[in-house]
Design a protein around this ligand. Structure first.
Ligand SMILES: *[C@@H]1O[C@H](CO)[C@@H](O)[C@H](O)[C@H]1NC(C)=O
Ligand SMILES: *[C@@H]1O[C@H](CO)[C@@H](O)[C@H](O)[C@H]1NC(C)=O
Ligand SMILES: *[C@@H]1O[C@H](CO)[C@@H](O)[C@H](O)[C@H]1NC(C)=O
Length: 656
């Protein structure tokens, strides 16, 4: 098969150039006939050295690939054994086991306090007892969690899962209508709110469905019909909760809902099953982390990276330690790492860029961090990061929360998200197919089939959906789930998950992220859904049409939000009201920074809003004749985007 010859490391000795092979043969022959044992040894040694050199120059990634593949196989076999035995050993089961095996081992370090495995186990038992008695939760009920990074996030999460509940992680940056939408989309029996999120709760409480049991992490609360959890925890038992409450026999039963705004519209709750938790939690191990590692997490726990890869990953390493921070801080980052002897950091590309943008300090390489695991790191920042902070192993990966495909760059090749080969594709079948970026649609040939791109060309990443690689979709309306699927791609009846990401595979089978398509763009580590933003802007009574997209700005990861609007006839643009609307209804990262006023809205041949042209025109007031504006937080309004302002942004003098 074609894939076989592409896969380095396979037919390795066969591929040695003929001349070399002859020399090898002669060496072996010579050693065979030599009378003395020593020449046998020399011959064999020469052979080994020779093979080693062949491997090194022709198949430099052979051992790395093999090592990685073995891990994939071992993990696959473990999951298979669960399936065969009809009883799965979940990540939470492993946590409870670690708490018994090494109760005093620190699990979470947070704001100077140590929470051992036993501490976390016991406190989550307390949560479970309270929720069981006072909340009357049953297996399969959903508990929505609105909390920032703190140990109690983990206690409530584990406590609810100990009762067999599904936990929905709410994004703490979301407010008002969007938050209500998120909550109702996962139909929770209960909502647990962190002490610092009570303000957000107040905004939505009057409109919240009355049948949701609302709890806050405080000792008292004056809000109507809201119960307090903190006081009850103190009185509750810390004894273990019966195992049968949480036991599961199906890898495909759901355990979490994690919100993504991967495609269109408001955020959607991706259904996370035990299978995905187990896969995600294997990431740190597959990259070579061990139980002795100390992992620094500053990413929000409500995303899958921090929760599944980070917390889950720490547990399955047989008891590593997490240093948790409420919020990422560029100035505190390395001092925290030094203080806590951190060995592994988790990042998104933006974090590395912020760190590189910090003023240079003395002794920056003087830390114990040996690995950095994350995604979205661009080559330039990657290189700078290594020069600046020392030679650590950068472990880049690609995975969609709801997706069924992942790549891991286990070779440290700069800029790449991962690597594939023939065997890997047996586990994770995927393809890169032709896509028309201008028209924003798939290219199908005259027979109606999609076509694969050649190596080196950008194509849309799609992954096959089958029994081994299922796609669990989103809660609520089937429409959202259906929209992420592609039917009849290469033949009748086939089914693929559309990642919405364009990728390039090079000759050496490294994969590189190229761009996102469709209705989202990335900014400050979050997906921004363009339809969500344009819905909010469209609510203004002077707006006829709003088209939202992301534009690249030098010196920034991701794309900066921009909206192009058309006004209703005889209405004028109220810049102040516009500002208030976006700030009120959208999370900070989703507020469009640039505003363009157009006479008419252009559409594509298929009547979709024309985004490609607008993106390529960018936001330069010298080349665009339409009026341009800039979101100015200090003036609390959109203000005209002058040439001076543009220069400042373009040169990086003004940070966005
Ligand atoms: C970090 O490591 C040093 C030396 O190994 C040790 O003395 C120190 O106590 C450690 N710090 C913490 C917070 O564990
Ligand atoms: C962004 O979108 C992708 C693709 O749909 C999704 O898998 C991923 O989890 C999203 N990331 C965040 C931070 O929501
Ligand atoms: C807009 O104003 C013009 C002149 O002031 C008027 O003729 C026209 O009917 C108005 N259009 C609408 C839709 O109100």
């Amino acid at each position: 098969p074609g894939g076989l010859s592409d896969s380095p490391g396979l037919g390795e000795p066969l591929k040695a150039p003929a001349g070399c092979a002859r020399r090898l043969q002669q060496a072996l022959l010579r050693s065979f006939w030599a009378p003395m044992l020593s020449s046998w040894v020399t011959g064999a040694a020469a052979g080994i050295v020779f093979l080693h050199l062949v491997q090194k120059f022709l198949f430099p990634y052979f051992w790395l690939d093999l090592n990685y593949l073995l891990k994939v196989v071992i993990h696959g076999l473990t999951l298979e054994s669960y399936r065969l035995r009809g009883k799965i050993f979940t990540v939470l089961d492993r946590f409870v086991k670690e708490a018994e095996r090494q109760p005093r081992k620190p699990f979470i370090l947070y704001e100077g306090n140590v929470h051992t495995y036993q501490d976390v186990d016991r406190r989550s038992n307390r949560v479970a007892h309270v929720l069981l008695q006072e909340g009357a939760l049953k297996k399969g009920d959903t508990v929505a969690l609105l909390m920032s990074n703190e140990p109690d996030f983990i206690h409530v999460w584990f406590g609810a899962v100990k009762l067999g509940c599904v936990v929905a992680f709410l994004n703490i940056n979301i407010h008002a209508k969007s938050l209500l939408h998120c909550i109702s989309s996962c139909e929770p029996k209960m909502l647990v709110v962190g002490a610092d999120m009570v303000g957000t709760l107040k905004e939505i409480l009057p409109s919240l469905q009355k049948d949701i049991d609302v709890w806050v992490m405080t000792k008292d609360c004056t809000l109507p019909n809201v119960k307090t959890l903190l006081d009850k925890l103190e009185a509750a038992s810390e004894d273990g909760v019966p195992v049968n409450l949480r036991s599961v026999n199906n890898l495909k039963s759901s355990v979490l809902y994690i919100f993504t705004s991967g495609t269109t519209g408001l955020p959607k709750a991706a259904v996370i099953t035990h299978l995905q938790v187990l896969k995600g939690a294997a990431g740190l191990w597959a990259f070579g982390a061990t139980a002795n590692d100390i992992i620094y997490i500053t990413l929000p726990l409500y995303h899958s990276s921090a929760s599944l890869l980070g917390i889950g990953g720490c547990i399955v390493l047989e008891g590593a330690t997490i240093v948790l921070r409420k919020k990422f801080s560029a100035s505190q980052f390395w001092s925290d790492c030094k203080k806590y002897n951190v060995t592994v950091i988790q990042h998104i590309g933006e974090i590395c860029r912020y760190l590189c943008n910090q003023p240079v300090k003395e002794g920056e390489k003087d830390h114990k961090v040996r690995m950095a695991i994350g995604n979205g790191l661009r080559s330039d920042v990657w290189q700078e990061f290594l020069v600046r902070f020392g030679d650590l192993k950068m472990c880049e990966f690609y995975a969609a929360t709801e997706g069924n495909i992942c790549f891991m760059n286990h070779c440290g090749k700069i800029g790449s998200v991962g690597r594939t080969n023939f065997f890997y594709e047996l586990f994770f079948p995927f393809d890169l197919i032709k896509y028309d970026i201008q028209k924003d649609e798939l290219i199908r040939n005259k027979h109606g089939w999609c076509e694969k791109v050649k190596k080196g060309e950008a194509g849309l990443l799609i992954s096959k959906v089958n029994v081994k690689n299922p796609f669990f979709g989103y809660t609520g309306s089937k429409i959202h789930t259906e929209k992420k699927l592609l039917h009849e791609v290469f033949k009748k009846g086939d089914l693929y998950f559309n990642t919405g990401d364009l990728m390039v595979q090079d000759k050496e089978n490294f994969l590189y992220f190229w761009d996102r398509i469709g209705d989202t763009y990335r900014w400050k580590g979050e997906n921004v859904s363009t339809t969500e933003v344009s819905d909010v802007i469209g609510m203004l009574d002077f707006i006829q049409d709003a088209n939202v997209y992301g534009v690249p700005v030098p010196g920034h990861e991701g794309n900066v939000g921009m909206v192009s609007v058309v006004l209703k006839p005889n209405r004028s643009l109220d810049l102040k009201q516009m500002y208030e609307q976006v700030v009120m209804y959208l999370p900070g990262y989703a507020c469009p920074i640039f505003l363009r006023l157009q006479e008419i809205m252009e559409v594509t041949g298929t009547f979709k809003q024309q985004k490609f042209k607008l993106v390529s025109e960018g936001f330069n007031p010298s080349s665009i004749t339409d009026q341009l504006y800039f979101l100015d937080r200090s003036k609390k309004s959109y203000v005209p985007l002058t040439k001076e302002l543009y220069e400042k942004i373009f040169s990086g003098q003004l940070k966005l």
